[in-house]
Design a binder for this molecule. Sequence first.
Ligand SMILES: NC(=O)c1ccc[n+]([C@@H]2O[C@H](COP(=O)([O-])OP(=O)(O)OC[C@H]3O[C@@H](n4cnc5c(N)ncnc54)[C@H](OP(=O)(O)O)[C@@H]3O)[C@@H](O)[C@H]2O)c1
Length: 435
Amino acid sequence: MVKAIRVHELGGPEVLKWEDVELGEPKEGEIRVKNKAIGLNFIDVYFRKGVYKTPTLPYIPGMEATGVVTAVGPGLTDRQVGDLVAYAGDPMGSYAEEQILPANKVVPVPPSIDPIVAASIILKGMTAQFLLRRCFKVEPGHTILVHAAAGGVGSLLSQWANALGAIVIGTVSTKEKAVQAKDDGCHHVIIYKEEDFVARVNEITSGNGVDVVYDAVGKDTFQVCHKGPNKNLHCDSHLHKEYIYKSAAFTLASPLNTTSTASITTTFEVPSTEIDCGWLQLGVVALNSDRSVEVEVVKTQNPVASSLQVHGDVGSDKANGTGDEDGEAGVGAAGSLACLKPRGYMVNFGQSSGTPDPLPLSALSAKSLFLTRPSLMQYTATQDELLATAGEVFANVESGILRVRVNHTYPLSQAAQAHADLESRKITGSVVLIP
Ligand SMILES: NC(=O)c1ccc[n+]([C@@H]2O[C@H](COP(=O)([O-])OP(=O)(O)OC[C@H]3O[C@@H](n4cnc5c(N)ncnc54)[C@H](OP(=O)(O)O)[C@@H]3O)[C@@H](O)[C@H]2O)c1
């Protein structure tokens, strides 16, 4: 029997239970590892909540750890009892005092690297490696945008990209996190809870945009469209054919009680009749010479809603050439997409604020953008890739390019508290659980 955290039902941090579990002995191709330190990752939250599906219930969470080999399966010659190894990714189950692992999924930890540091960086560091070196290859002179730049992955992305010679723009939620992001090599830091990050990126890049956006915040950053005095007004910029003629979807995060302004960086033909917005029905009041449109609320489920002004790039898609050949409207990019230069790379690699809304392909056409949703598993699928990726991460730790921030440690038995703190955005850098 060993102690482990187990989840019997999906839910909040309270579903993480500290229990005795049977472990067994390693079979052919397997090793038994006594964990010294376990990395906490946002993916652990997704599985706990059911955003990502777990194969079974109950399950032991966790995808990152460092430990000492305590037994090897029959016939295995390339691992020895006493080896210090690290692992990241499949199979899940690192929130345990000991675990059984396939021997080909672990990497050796260099003697110069502390096991706690290794546990905090193996998954996050390999993620930074594939994002910066392979998914999009960052080179000197590139300008990049890193969201949540003070987080576990964000901190490493910022440091590494700076060392590669890129101009790094980072977003964070607080002033304290801004200090860390600056220290980690961000040349510009935007506090996206207070500032319009699209406008700031535009200003910083003199309107040119960035070469690549690394966005794992998801819903709140990917394609937002909010500007003006009422930040509660979000324009949901799904555009499709019908939208040109009759529907515009707006989502109000809280009741509208004043005149509000929303920026719609999209192109559509303004109908002369009312725009049906589902639960919010708008009528067009005026089409202004500056190509903005003013609308008023005609009907809404919210009785306090009174009026609404919409400013945007208004016109027929034909007139400004952003439509595609089937007549669909070109969707103006907003949020992260709007920060990109023409032919820029949008890398969405997570969704800590929620899953982004679906995006029509036409959203990419105006600037011929590239969009990818990569996963570390595909970039470390072979053992050669895994060893090379981990090797580069450890080499960067040894050379000082990556300064690992293990800012928070918790006893493994208190994993629930660690999850709660990660979700409430109290965390900077990496979190490690100690068995
Ligand atoms: N695709 C892959 O292979 C891969 C691999 C590893 C990690 N990831 C992703 O990378 C991201 C970072 O992972 P991490 O473990 O290093 O976590 P983290 O960055 O340490 O924590 C997430 C950060 O997201 C920001 N955030 C914005 N809105 C949030 C919200 N509503 N709730 C919670 N956080 C919010 C917070 O920073 P601010 O307070 O500054 O906004 C928070 O600190 C995650 O989305 C994860 O899934 C993907």
